[in-house]
Design a protein around this ligand. Structure first.
Ligand SMILES: Nc1ncnc2c1ncn2[C@@H]1O[C@H](COP(=O)(O)OP(=O)(O)OP(=O)(O)O)[C@@H](O)[C@H]1O
Ligand SMILES: [Mg+2]
Length: 470
């Protein structure tokens, strides 16, 4: 079921633009230009979200906000403010607005706020967590390409860079811990480039034995070595006019690094046992989960090759640094495994969600994906439960132990950061619990915690907690 949004703006063209953007994204939208009709409309339509302009001749946005706070405390209100009027935006937040957006609109921002707000609202009414409809893309052959899921500021930054660099043939170096989505990003760059109709060829530099890697990359001619009964093009040639993805590039043997560098510089390759060179036009995307600069410093990776590859560096953040994406990712994976496994999971037990949110995810998205697959497969009813979680994740749900992990104390200069983060996790745990017990009622939750309503709202904003946790 799509979420319903009530848009209130006396300027017809603003209302029109907002409405069109929301409708296109699948929201059910009701629009009014005369704010005097607002109260009746909210009553009649019971929207999941109200988006209202601040300055309006009859009833203004603040009054609508106050009305909603009093009569529909669960209903999120998003304020439209003119660019530069930060003060009114802040006072709207203090009076309980879910968020604000500034004119002129950024479509991405509007949609991401609207999605967050409606999702929160549904959850606060104890409805199943809304599963975001994945925008599945397909490649030239019609096979579905995994979309990149996640709207956190960190991911938005990544999307921006992808959008900017994709069209040019620039070399890209993607770094990030294991399972953060390096391959998916490489594919995204390829599919957004004008090479999309040409091949995307992957070489896993860690998986090919060093004796075979040269012939894999550059191909061979008949009789080049024992067993070379025919000739075979290498991955460079196969990727001609397309993209060559050099995965785990840090693990390429040293003598191959020299040959790779030469191929990149000269844009020519020689098949093993061949006599002539072949011109190739490939875009290179390399990836590694190692710290390449450290590999260079310690003499395991050639510095000149590093500079060749590191033209545009793209660092993918670990999942624990962008926990805001967890809801969306979990929803996305549940949906995917529901379809694949013929299941109908549609809810998550609040305690289970809290644990998933606190866990450190050393294996990042891949680990999350595997866990959700297993849980969906084994779920008896339509709910993922705390009991079904593996122990390490359960432990995360019961709060961090006082001890730093071995990784954390590896670098003592992390001290302040980590302590702050732990404290935030602890605070988040209490706040979420209070909101859960009061079914998302901020006033009552604040009372329980001994905070002022305003104080709690500011903390929620700071910790990225939405009004109600499932
Ligand atoms: N933003 C994302 N949205 C949805 N799925 C994602 C996202 N990022 C990664 N995944 C999924 O997580 C899994 C791991 O991604 P990927 O293989 O791209 O990671 P990687 O960084 O290359 O990992 P490794 O270092 O282990 O090779 C894949 O199944 C991928 O589809
Ligand atoms: Mg990978």
């Amino acid at each position: 079921m799509s979420s319903k949004v009530l848009v209130i703006d006396d300027e017809k063209n603003v209302a029109f633009v907002v409405t069109a953007m929301l409708q296109k994204a699948g929201f059910d939208v009701v629009t009014i230009n005369d704010s005097r009709a607002a109260y009746g409309m909210i009553e009649a339509e019971s929207p999941d979200l109200v988006i209202t302009d601040l300055m309006m001749p009859e009833v203004n946005g603040m009054e609508i906000l106050d009305h909603c706070a009093r009569h529909f405390p669960q209903l999120p209100v998003v304020m439209i403010t003119a660019h530069g009027t930060v003060e009114s935006a802040v006072s709207a937040l203090k009076r309980g607005a879910f968020d604000f957006i500034t004119k002129p609109f950024d479509q991405q921002e509007l949609l991401s706020v609207a999605r967050k707000a409606t999702e929160t609202h549904r959850r606060s009414r104890n409805e199943p967590i809304a599963l975001p409809a994945p925008s599945l893309e397909s490649d030239e052959t019609g096979t579905l390409v995994n979309p990149l899921v996640g709207a956190s500021p960190q991911m938005q930054e990544i999307y921006k860079v992808i959008g900017k660099i994709a069209p040019s043939p620039t070399t890209v170096l993607i770094t990030g811990e294991s399972g953060t989505g390096k391959e998916l990003v490489a594919l995204a760059v390829h599919t957004r480039s004008d090479r999309v109709k040409k091949p995307f060829i992957k070489v896993n530099c860690a998986a090919i034995p060093s004796t075979l890697i040269e012939s894999e990359l550059f191909g061979y001619e008949r009789g080049a070595f024992t067993g070379a009964v025919g000739s075979k093009p290498g991955r460079f040639e196969l990727a001609h006019e397309g993209t060559l993805f050099l995965d785990e590039v840090a693990d390429m043997p040293q003598e191959m690094q020299v040959k790779l560098l030469r191929a990149l510089q000269e844009k020519e390759i020689e098949r093993v046992g061949g006599v002539t060179s072949v011109r190739v036009d490939v875009r290179i995307i390399a990836a590694t989960n190692k710290d390449l600069e450290k590999e260079v410093a310690e003499g395991r990776f050639r510095e000149d090759l590093f500079y060749r590859l590191n033209v545009v560096p793209l660092r993918l953040p670990p999942l624990r640094e962008r926990r805001d994406d967890l809801v969306t990712l979990i929803g996305y994976f549940i949906e995917r495994f529901n379809t694949r496994l013929g299941k109908t999971v549609s809810r998550i037990e609040p305690r289970c969600f809290a644990a998933l949110r606190s866990y450190a995810w050393p294996g990042n998205i891949r680990q999350l994906e595997n866990l959700i697959e297993r849980m969906v497969l084994l779920a008896d009813a339509d709910m993922l439960t705390y009991d079904a979680l593996p122990d390490p994740v359960k432990d995360a749900g019961s709060g961090p132990s006082g001890n730093p992990t071995p990784e954390e104390i590896q670098d003592l200069s992390n001290f302040k950061d980590i302590v702050r983060r732990r404290m935030q996790d602890l605070e988040r745990g209490f706040l979420e619990r209070a909101l859960e017990e009061t079914e998302g009622n901020v006033t009552r939750a604040a009372e329980r915690l001994g905070l002022s309503r305003k104080g709690l709202q500011l903390k929620m904003k700071e910790l990225g907690i939405q009004k109600a946790i499932p």
